[in-house]
Ligand binder design. Structure first.
Ligand code: GLU
Length: 505
């Protein structure tokens, strides 16, 4: 019998989703789709102190923008629902009690102050306090107290947590799909809290119970959860459940290649670390998003896929379908993946070139409207076709092409100084009559005629072409000059040359 692949993305709604989180979601999505499996979204909101109200919607909006929607989750195919842990709250306690009954967990009454005092005392001796097999019987818990004492404390309403009784003296052999075998000595582990005094489970308990109940087959998550793997493994064992397979994705590193990429790096170096713009509900602070910065979601996703994975070939551009086809956990590396803002721009530029002129025109027309320019779709498509190879973002299109829509009124001073020389006025005036006489105003024909004329004048091409470019564009930039001429037409070409003579001559 084969089991259907079921994976989950399990973010905690504590703020906007970092791009590392999107990468985790993406790898889960790719793995699910590759194996015709199911991609589940589960909201891990058991930590009430860190809960942020708009974060869940932000997560869902981000997945939608990236076009990696979940198959099951809050409000969608709720076969194993609810998918918010806060709504599953009632069921976790029974699991914690079951472990107590079986002697695999225990009540701990130690107050925060008592634990702090322990920590301090250890620190003073240069040691680190850990609540574990070597000292648990000297602490305030149901392993150290009699049954009657425990019952009396509970009856008196004393607060308690439930801790896992980590088995001592075992060497665990854990396996990770990316990292291979990992050995852990259980004597190095502490007794983690499974159930808190506020009546909520901790991440560890809720996560394991839900992965089991939701029939998750593969847990694909960030490397920061690797230290939790031994505990999770022991919890599956304690409950007598089959553990899913685990894969811990490498960290995303700062552009310098050292240290985990953080929001601060983005702020400092000027790139977003979030998929969508995010407004902090408390202080109103706005964080940039890839979407609003003008990135295509396909480019963003393609870039993210390469953070820790590679196809083993030279191919760098992958559609989502191609990623699904090519993806495997075997090709995910253990080593941290360096984020590069330049490479991210490169991906966007590549996708820009892949877009049809029609698609780009649709995106560009609203920007033209903001500049009070009405132009036909056909004209905008042609313009876009001439300039897109130089554009990285849709927003670049205006800077690269405004001269197709408005006659220049100012001229680049350096360009004028260098190119508007003695004799230029006369040449340009004569060029006007040459142009006025041209019937077929196609780029190629105008080019032939103008170049023939330059030939007869016995001056270098630059003597005409440079002032002509200045006249038409206002600066020494832009695509092939005769393409511009064809696009703006004879009347405008003449007008622009006349203007330039008047201003610069
Ligand atoms: N809630 C955890 C997080 O915020 C989930 C970790 C896991 O996938 O097990 O990342």
């Amino acid at each position: 019998m084969t089991t259907d692949v079921r994976v989950r993305f399990a973010p905690s709604p504590t703020g906007p989703l970092h791009m590392g989180g999107v990468r985790t979601a993406l790898f889960n999505y790719l793995f699910a789709k590759k194996h015709n499996g199911t991609f589940v979204l589960r909201i891990e909101d058991t930590d009430q102190t860190r809960y942020v109200a708009n974060a869940e919607q932000y997560i869902i909006d981000s997945l939608n923008w990236c076009e990696i929607p979940f198959d099951e989750g809050p409000g969608k195919n709720e076969k194993f629902g609810p998918y918010r842990q806060s709504e599953r709250k009632a069921m976790y306690k029974d699991y914690a009690f079951k472990l107590i009954e079986e002697g695999k967990a225990y009540y701990a009454f130690d107050s925060a102050e008592a634990l702090d005092a322990q920590r301090k005392e250890h620190e003073e001796k240069g040691q680190t306090f850990s609540y574990s097999h070597h000292n648990r019987e000297q602490l305030d818990n149901s392993l150290a107290l009699s049954k009657e004492e425990v019952e009396a404390k509970i009856a008196a309403g004393e607060k308690y947590v439930i801790r896992f009784k980590t088995p001592a003296d075992r060497i665990l052999k854990l396996s990770d799909e990316i990292r291979g075998e990992i050995s852990i000595d259980t004597n190095t582990l502490d007794d983690k809290v499974l159930f808190k005094s506020d009546g909520m489970p901790t991440y560890h308990l809720a996560n394991i119970v839900d992965d089991h109940l939701m029939e998750i087959t593969h847990v694909i998550r960030g490397e920061e959860w690797l230290p939790s793997l031994p505990l999770h493994f022991l919890l599956y064992e304690a409950f007598g459940w089959d553990a899913p397979k685990f894969a811990h994705l490498p960290l995303i590193l700062k552009p310098v290649g050292k240290g985990k990429l953080s929001k601060r790096d983005g702020d400092k170096l000027g790139f977003p670390v979030f998929p969508l713009e995010y407004t902090n509900e408390v202080n109103g602070e706005i964080s940039r998003g890839y979407k609003e910065d003008g990135y295509f979601s396909e480019a963003f996703i393609n870039m993210l896929a390469f953070l820790g994975w590679n196809p083993g070939t030279e191919q760098e551009l992958f559609s989502l379908e191609e990623l699904v086809e090519a993806f495997s956990l075997e090709r995910v590396s253990k080593a941290g993946a360096k984020f590069s803002p330049d490479k991210t721009k490169w991906f966007n530029q590549q996708y820009m070139q892949k877009k049809s002129n029609k698609e780009l025109a649709t995106l560009f027309i609203p920007i033209l409207k903001e500049h009070n320019i009405e132009a036909s779709e056909g004209f905008v498509e042609k313009v876009v076709g001439l300039i897109k190879e130089r554009a990285v973002f849709v927003n670049d299109l205006w800077d690269l092409s405004n001269f197709f829509f408005v006659n220049p009124t100012e001229y680049d001073a350096k360009g004028v100084k260098k190119n508007w020389k003695e004799g230029t006025n006369e040449l340009m005036t004569e060029l006007i009559s040459v142009i006025e006489a041209i019937e077929d105003f196609s780029s190629a024909n105008v080019e032939t005629i103008v170049k023939e004329w330059i030939g007869t004048k016995e001056v270098g091409f630059g003597k005409v072409m440079q002032p002509l470019r200045l006249s038409l564009v206002g600066a020494m930039k832009g695509p092939h000059l005769f393409d511009i001429i064809e696009m703006i037409g004879k009347e405008n070409t003449v007008k622009r040359i006349q203007n330039a003579i008047q201003t610069n001559g």
